[in-house]
Design a protein around this ligand. Structure first.
Ligand code: MN
Length: 233
């Protein structure tokens, strides 16, 4: 399993080439806070501007700041982000909480990026059809994973080492790239189900937020992530 995860990390290194140059292969000391590529109001009416502003400039920023402090204190600044995830179990929980918080939110903002909505690629479309029957069925399963995650966490669509698409969830800010996670793969979609992601507008109605989330998904970005994830398999 270790070997498979190692391979996944190498492949995933190119996942965020559009956002940050090879995010997972960057040394922690070279990481920057993510630049949100759109206005806070860009996801309205599904996600309101105040939620995006608070989520990005306070929550996401705090994860990054805390992660960089931990890197200095625990002396892992010269490791890559991918290496840190693959060895998360050897560090205090703050490393997975804040390192995951930094990475997971970059994926979240990227796949919700407005514009360039040319739709899903034929390759991703056929992979989803192959593994879930229909796109609606995949969405229903991911929504179900998001609703069943008790408390704070994330629901994911990932590619496994064998190229198969899979749905699952993780608690807190864990992600499927971490050795501590039972659910592993290269993330293509991550739905943040922490209350801070939806509570201002949706209150306790997580189901409504998750249902509406799909109208924002930028399938062109998700298709690119899929292409990069399977390229080296
Ligand atoms: Mn969040």
């Amino acid at each position: 399993m270790k070997n498979i995860v190692g391979t996944l990390l190498l492949v995933a290194a190119s996942v965020f080439t559009q956002a940050q140059n090879s995010l997972l292969s960057q040394k922690v000391s070279e990481l920057n806070f993510y630049q949100l590529p759109y206005e806070y109001s860009a996801l309205e009416p599904v996600i309101d501007a105040l939620t995006v502003e608070t989520h990005y400039s306070r929550h996401h920023k705090a994860y990054f700041d805390n992660f960089m402090k931990l890197a200095a204190d625990l002396k892992f600044s010269e490791m890559t982000l991918g290496e840190v995830f693959s060895k998360a179990s050897s560090y205090p929980a703050g490393v997975q909480n804040n390192g995951g918080g930094y990475y997971n939110h970059i994926l979240y903002w990227e796949i919700l990026k407005p514009g360039n909505r040319k739709g899903m690629s034929p390759a991703l479309n056929s992979a989803i059809t192959r593994d879930f029957g229909t796109i609606d069925n995949m969405i229903a399963q991911l929504n179900d994973a998001a609703l069943k995650r008790f408390g704070s966490g994330w629901a994911w669509l990932v590619v496994e080492g064998n190229g198969k698409l899979k749905i699952g969830s993780t608690p807190n800010q864990d992600n499927p790239l971490m050795d501590v996670s039972d659910f592993k793969g290269i993330p293509l979609i991550g739905i943040d189900v922490w209350e801070h992601a939806y509570y201002l507008k949706y209150l306790n109605k997580r189901g409504e937020y998750v249902k509406n989330f799909w109208s924002l998904v930028n399938w062109e970005v998700v298709s690119t992530l899929y292409d990069e994830a399977i390229k080296k398999q």
